[in-house]
Structure formats: structure tokens, C-alpha cells
Write a new protein. Structure first.
Length: 62
């Protein structure tokens, strides 16, 4: 004979998991973007007309 017990445990809601994953991805993107900015800062060159671009030595054609 089965005993009827109340369901007190609620599993994680799919929306909560989705929000957690999205926030983790956004945080990882921001950390990567900031790291790239500070890592490539020395290669930023300003043009005479006021524009800026990257001159990365290992990507230039010889």
C-alpha cells in the first residue's frame, strides 16, 4: 500500500537554470573583453586623421 506524502521538495525550475547560465555567459564575455582590452592595449595605434586601429605584430603580412 502506497503512503501519500506531501511533495515538499521542489526541483530547480528551468527558468532559474536558464537565467543562471545566461548570467554566467555574460559574465564570461565581459571578463574576456576586459582581458583582451588590457592585453592588446599596447598595440592600439592612432591614425593622423583621428581613427584608431590595432597593429598586432604576429598578424601582419610580411
Amino acid at each position: 500500500m502506497k503512503r501519500k506524502t506531501p511533495k515538499t521538495y521542489k526541483s530547480r525550475r528551468p527558468l532559474k537554470i536558464l537565467i543562471t547560465v545566461l548570467l554566467s555567459l555574460i559574465l564570461a564575455f565581459i571578463i574576456t573583453a576586459v582581458g583582451l582590452f588590457f592585453g592588446l592595449r599596447r598595440y592600439i595605434v592612432e591614425d593622423p586623421d583621428g581613427g584608431i586601429h590595432l597593429e598586432i605584430p604576429w598578424l601582419e603580412e610580411e
